[in-house]
Design a protein around this ligand. Structure first.
Ligand code: FES
Length: 158
């Protein structure tokens, strides 16, 4: 997705004229671009009067922010203990193999980002895979294959 400096300005100006919240501005930019472009950190610092080092610290502290472009779809595999013993490493292996990426990476076409996450607090349903915020419990390798087919089909139809 092309980064628009004027759009970033607009988002930051809106926050600056409100309560001037750096986090709110970064959240909106993250939601718009699926990451925080370097220009956004610089503009937010200047306009909101926050040192760049502090803006960078905020951007790297919160897991919701990313400094790298993310895929259109985010798949997270819970690697907490309960999910781990119920097979989440095999699910992650299958996803990495099928997508051709490792956890923490995004497919070359920017369609899917794959992440490992810690316990999501729903251990009884494990192993859990989360797709764009939708939890799928008691996941199996065949369910993972169906999930990837459904993503590919939706993308082909889009
Ligand atoms: S270990 Fe996966 S939800 Fe708790």
């Amino acid at each position: 997705m092309q980064v628009s400096i004027s759009e970033i300005h607009e988002i930051i100006n809106k926050e600056a004229s409100g309560d001037g919240s750096l986090i709110a501005a970064l959240e909106e930019i993250q939601a718009r671009y699926r990451y925080l472009p370097p220009e956004a950190l610089i503009l937010a610092s200047e306009r909101l009067g926050v040192p760049l080092s502090q803006t960078y610290a905020v951007a790297t502290f919160y897991g919701a922010f990313s400094l790298e472009p993310k895929g259109k779809i985010c798949i997270q595999v819970c690697m907490g203990t309960a999910c781990h013993v119920r097979g989440s490493p095999q699910l992650l292996d299958r996803l990495e193999t099928q997508l051709g990426i490792k956890a923490g990476e995004t497919t070359r076409d920017q369609l899917v980002s794959l992440e490992r996450v810690n316990c999501l607090g729903a251990c009884a349903l494990g192993p859990i895979v989360v797709t764009d915020g939708d939890y799928s419990g008691q996941m199996t390798l065949s369910k993972v294959d169906r999930l990837l087919k459904s993503i590919a089909k939706s993308e082909a139809e889009a």
